[in-house]
Ligand binder design. Sequence first.
Ligand code: DP6
Length: 404
Amino acid sequence: MASESNQSVYRATTTAPVNIAVIKYWGKRDTTLNLPTNSSLSVTLSQKSLRTLTTASCSANYPTEDTLNLNGKPQEIQSSKRTLACLSNLRALRKALEDANPSLPKLSTHPLRIVSENNFPTAAGLASSAAGFAALVRAVANLYELPQSPRELSRIARQGSGSACRSLMGGYVAWRTGELADGSDSLAEEVAPASHWPEMRALVLVVSAEKKDVPSTEGMQTTVNTSELFATRAESIVPQRMDAIEAAIRDRDFPKFAEITMRDSNTFHATCLDSWPPIFYMNDVSRAAVRLVHDINRAVGRTVAAYTFDAGPNAVIYYEEKDSELVAGTVKAILGANTTGWEGAFYEKLTSVTAPGVALENIDSRVLDVLKDGVSRVILTGVGEGPITVDEHLVTETGEMVSQ
Ligand code: DP6
């Protein structure tokens, strides 16, 4: 809710979560509207571990240009088409409200001051654009008191960064590719809330990359334009997988969910390798994580863990809470309890675990050293809720930035 102070500085603050796709978005059919070539599906991760906090404020007294400050640094928004697209869409919706109700303050004419912070270190190598654009859109929508649903706002967040549209909701979220040329039906929707399957856990293995990866926006265009495998994935593989993973989520069928997740990550990276010139996001440490998961599953005799990789070498391993010792306990034994990140809301039950849940003789011996040397930190988290409105403003009542 926006609040008015003496100097008429209006403010609204929200948090927004990170999401990790299990059916990957990779490829655009329209780069201006940021429309995808295929639907995708993700798990929203808990904000107890990872979140962006954003305050949107506006005032007739602010200098003329909109400003955005991210993690203490002013951003060049006038040259960021994506940010400008989000802000102009949100302003247009506010303007429509003001036109319909002349008693409303004309916030659409005020310059915006937006301040945003991530609670996770940039060094974690996690793509923060999804949480960042979701928080920006949610915060400005709250400031403007827009009646639009998260689903409708996802149309705007999508233009900031495709994956951001899925961070406007909690739990299990699909982004439907849509059919219309204007993109009006390319929206995110909740497939199931976090409470439907709250036992889902995610263990992020943060792998340090020597070189910066090809940014996803650029990488996916290379794939669309050059990979022969790509069209098959987008047109025939993903639609079937979307149906199958939605059924697995509905039935809380982890082995099915896990197999589709792993296969889709592999297919996505196969299209990267099939691009020309080829793109490599996974490295030796990533591949060791793949082996580890398959070895754990084989040793246990059922599928208890699933890996997935985005446009970088970090592994995200999904598992269910009941299998924490088998999965996270084994990873903890391999990396050592001193690795940064064995802490937080989801760690409690693992505190006393020192022995691996799966005897290390079952794991390919080459994997152990590669992981120990190559994983710089872990983030232990789980499925969580969508954006949350909070009172912890990053802009004071008089419009000053709060220094952290
Ligand atoms: C591999 O959402 O970062 O993480 O729309 O160009 O900003 P832009 O791309 P972005 O791509 C994410 C790609 C991915 C898969 C996914 O999250 O679905």
